[in-house]
Write a protein that binds this ligand. Structure first.
Ligand code: DQA
Length: 147
């Protein structure tokens, strides 16, 4: 039996995880996070595609691709969460459940991070748990996909 496929999509600057503001984002690198997610997904019976990109258009294209190829999407849109109507529209343009994840809790940081263009169009959100948030998002999405 084929396993549901989930895409995990990371936006700009998350390529620098581990050395980027470690006091905010922790010391786990993106490659380490990808490996962790792979293991968690496997344990949940999911196939995983883990991606990162820096650009807004690329992020939009990868959201579309997830909509065409995956059963669910975990999205850390990073700074585009706070600025991008195009990313919001891309989330609205696909029919799979999207779980928004953030390593930090943006609402507890600078005021401009309180603006969130995604929170009302995603299925669910996980914020502030660091890399553990990706595990929680995968578990939640796996449960949603079992329904
Ligand atoms: C982030 C939070 C955003 O505000 C920020 O722009 C990021 C990372 C997080 O995972 O905590 O790049 O999405």
């Amino acid at each position: 039996m084929s396993r549901p496929r989930v895409h995990v999509l990371n936006g700009p600057n998350l390529s620098r995880l581990g050395r980027r503001e470690p006091e905010v984002y922790g010391t786990t690198t993106l490659a380490e996070l990808a490996a962790l997610c792979g293991g968690w997904a496997d344990g949940l019976g999911l196939d995983l595609v883990f991606e990162q990109c820096e650009g807004e258009g690329e992020l939009v294209a990868l959201i579309h691709r997830a909509g065409d190829q995956a059963a669910g999407l975990i999205l850390n849109a990073a700074a585009y969460t706070h600025t991008s109507v195009a990313v919001r529209d891309a989330v609205c343009a696909i029919a799979i459940p999207v779980v928004e994840v953030h390593l930090s809790n943006p609402a507890a940081r600078e005021p401009f991070r309180r603006r969130n263009l995604l929170e009302d169009v995603v299925y669910a959100g996980v914020r502030g748990f660091g890399t553990e948030g990706y595990r929680l998002a995968l578990e939640g999405l796996a449960a949603r996909l079992r329904d």
